[in-house]
Design a protein around this ligand. Structure first.
Ligand code: SF4
Ligand code: ZN
Length: 306
């Protein structure tokens, strides 16, 4: 079989589409899919200042690269990257190095914020003080809050993440397993809360790209990224079990991930209004950030450290 361009040097095979692609056509097809998704889902508007959450891994590196291609063609858009340093030692230092390399290559401003400076303690310091704390729960909540706050302070009108197709299919399953219909109805290419202007709308421009393709894409495009996931706190979790199971399903039955996300996209619009809990506009009494409760989750978790 040959590539769609007639070339015989195949770089990537897409079983779910029965396609074999040379390197150039593969790069183009990933970028085309992402740009089409951005357009069709109206993720960007004239005047947008896009913040990209950059972890230094393949997903966020690809997101920054493709979003910067879009932003740089437009005079009315700006783009920058934000990285969070949880204080995870060599692992995080290496990922931040890769992030800085990519931003330099793309000539994109790069902002780095640490837990230590912004929250008073690094993640290992928090864990030392309270070993019962679930590192990933705290880390996830605190990082999300910090990214939102800093993106807003930097004037971002959108905050883009590197969530890929696998991540989205996992989220569909997570909400299904935990029966969380409110969260389920919030899935989609854009997550926003129009009632709370302090909440910067989150974009998932890579939502249609499988994880495997993002590794191949970053390699083909020559992007610097950190390929190993060796956070010292990464443990077994429900999400990890779902990830493994869906990965096996996709290998056996190509297209499974697309079908799961497509199913969610079809079912969410008609049920959204019945199950979404639009909480009243509230702000955390401690940090002042948007929160569904009197004290936000990050402050509750941080409070345990006092
Ligand atoms: Fe944070 Fe590490 Fe858990 Fe990821 S694996 S959420 S970086 S503690
Ligand atoms: Zn708070």
């Amino acid at each position: 079989m040959a590539c769609i361009c007639g070339g015989r040097k195949i770089y990537y095979t897409r079983p779910y589409e029965g396609q074999e692609l040379c390197k150039k056509c593969f790069i183009q097809s990933v970028e085309k899919k992402v740009k089409r998704g951005v357009r069709q889902n109206k993720l960007l508007l004239s005047g947008d200042k896009i913040g990209v959450a950059l972890s230094g891994g393949k997903d966020s590196s690809a997101a920054l690269y493709i979003m910067s291609q879009i932003a740089k063609k437009r005079r009315d858009m700006e783009i920058f990257a934000i990285s969070i340093d949880e204080g995870l030692g060599k692992y995080r230092n290496d990922t931040i190095k890769k992030s800085a390399e990519l931003c330099k290559m793309l000539d994109v401003p790069h902002y780095i914020y640490s837990f230590k400076v912004e929250l008073g303690k690094s993640l290992p310091e928090m864990m030392k003080k309270d070993p019962t704390l679930n590192a990933c729960t705290f880390c996830g909540v605190a990082r999300r809050d910090l990214l939102n706050r800093k993106a807003r302070e930097l004037g971002a009108t959108k905050l883009a993440f590197g969530f890929n197709l696998n991540d989205e299919a996992e989220s569909v399953f997570m909400n299904f397993i935990f029966g969380n219909l409110d969260k389920f109805t919030r899935l989609g290419p854009k997550v926003e809360n129009k009632n709370i202007p302090q909440f910067v709308p989150r974009l998932k421009p890579l939502r249609e790209i499988p994880e495997k393709e993002l590794f191949a894409y970053c390699d083909a495009a020559g992007l610097p990224y950190f390929s190993k996931k060796i956070c010292p706190y990464g443990k077994e979790s429900v999400r990890k079990s779902i990830r493994k199971c869906l990965y096996e399903m996709e290998e056996k039955y190509p297209g499974t991930l697309f079908q799961i996300v497509k199913f969610a996209d079809l079912i969410i619009p008609p049920i959204r209004d019945s199950f979404r809990k639009e909480g009243k506009l509230k702000f955390c009494k401690i940090c002042g950030e948007p929160s569904s409760k009197e004290t936000c989750k990050a402050c509750i978790l941080l409070g345990r450290q006092k």
